[in-house]
Design a protein around this ligand. Structure first.
Ligand code: ZN
Length: 81
């Protein structure tokens, strides 16, 4: 069974690997990624908020501004509803 970067060119195309991983900054932990996302939100209040997700290729964390993606391993709706 392949995992991580071995999947590039196999179950993951090079292009999508670039988009979702290789072209992005990788953070070693979710907290670091979230820290960065918080700073970015302060510096660019008009841009979409970024959130960390665990990368299936490098197994580190990247930031995405996309909605509706897989929200990593955090359950939704922890805040007031
Ligand atoms: Zn990655």
């Amino acid at each position: 069974m392949k995992s991580g970067f071995d999947r590039i060119g196999d179950t993951v195309s090079v292009e999508s690997a670039k988009r979702s991983c290789l072209d992005k900054i990788a953070y070693p932990s979710k907290n670091k990624a979230r820290d960065r996302a918080t700073k970015l939100a302060q510096q660019h209040p008009d841009s979409r908020p970024q959130r960390p997700y665990r990368c299936t290729l490098c197994h580190k964390f990247h930031l995405t501004s996309k909605d509706g993606g897989r929200p990593s391993d955090e359950p939704k709706g922890g805040q007031h509803q």
